[in-house]
Design a protein around this ligand. Structure first.
Ligand code: GDP
Ligand code: MG
Length: 175
């Protein structure tokens, strides 16, 4: 049996949402910026704890997602990745605000915070430690990722999928 699960990528314009998905699904990275129009949907089948899971990844476009996020696009998601760009601290604030909005729509589904562009960590201000500390204080699962080098990307998606399966009770862990 293949379980199908929807994941949404949430975050400000240009933080690397599309790049994280390309790195995970196709193992590729492009320096060029391709504006995502509307919604891009990718699928990837993964083996998680012995079960086959078909991840349906919704990469949402939008320049000011706090205003433009449509409930109809995220409904049905079993989890989400909240992405921010470590070189742009305002994207962390926006991600925090978006998390509240998404949780209001989806309820308390699992999510992971992707602090992206780790390959540019020398430019991060506040520092990686300071940003991470701020987010982990909320009890959030924070990952340092680079869609460019692939750092942390695959594990983040798979860990999220694992948590989604545990939460929904579809998994066969322990049985
Ligand atoms: P989106 O608007 O959130 O989908 O962002 P994109 O995935 O389109 O990425 C925006 C820009 O940032 C593009 O030029 C990417 O090449 C670049 N980018 C994305 N992730 C990374 C990363 O981890 N490191 C670096 N150096 N650049 C990145
Ligand atoms: Mg995009």
């Amino acid at each position: 049996m293949v379980v199908q699960k929807k994941i949404c990528l949430i975050g400000e314009f240009s933080v690397g949402k599309t790049s994280l998905v390309s790195q995970f699904v196709d193992s590729i990275f492009s320096e060029k910026y391709h504006t995502t129009v509307g919604v891009k949907i990718d699928k990837k089948q993964c083996s998680i704890g012995g079960s086959q899971v078909n991840l349906v990844i919704w990469d949402l476009a939008g320049e000011s997602p706090l205003k433009t996020l449509k409930p109809s696009q995220i409904l049905g998601a079993s989890g989400f990745l909240l992405a921010a760009d470590g070189t742009r601290p305002d994207t962390v604030d926006l991600a925090i605000a978006l998390q509240q909005k998404v949780i209001q729509i989806l309820g308390p589904v699992p999510f992971i915070f992707a602090l992206n562009k780790a390959d540019l960590v020398a430019e991060w201000s506040p520092s990686m430690e300071e940003i991470t500390e701020r987010l982990t204080q909320r009890g959030w699962d924070v990952r340092i990722t680079s869609a460019k080098t692939g750092q942390g990307v695959e594990k983040m998606f798979l860990d999220l999928a694992q948590r989604m399966i545990e939460t929904s009770g579809d998994g066969n862990a322990g049985h």
